[in-house]
Design a binder for this molecule. Structure first.
Ligand code: SF4
Length: 98
């Protein structure tokens, strides 16, 4: 079974383990979020499947903002879509809010 960061890398070409931790992505906020985008990235890196149930993952406002959220070129928009797809494949429901 693929780890989450490997799954994201295969779907988007982005290797999230190389995240610089600059926290620029955290300037994108939404009332729908329960965790920051950088925290979402860290959960993916640590293969924490709880990320699949976060409201942040399922927020369309976050998804829109994710297109330009990373200054280091990571495709966070694609990563979110890949994680949503994986959650759906696993029958995981969203975080109950978005
Ligand atoms: S903006 Fe990109 S490099 Fe910086 S913390 Fe967020 S994901 Fe990592």
């Amino acid at each position: 079974m693929l780890t989450l960061h490997r799954l994201v890398q295969e779907k988007t070409g982005s290797r999230l383990q190389a995240c610089q931790g600059c926290l620029f992505c955290d300037s994108h906020t939404s009332a729908e979020m329960d965790i920051t985008i950088s925290a979402l990235v860290q959960m993916v890196i640590y293969n924490d499947f709880e990320v699949l149930t976060t409201r942040t993952l399922w927020s369309d406002a976050v998804l829109d903002g994710a297109r330009k959220a990373c200054t280091h070129g990571f495709n966070l928009h694609g990563a979110i879509l890949a994680l949503r797809e994986e959650a759906t494949r696993r029958g995981v429901t969203d975080g109950g809010g978005a």
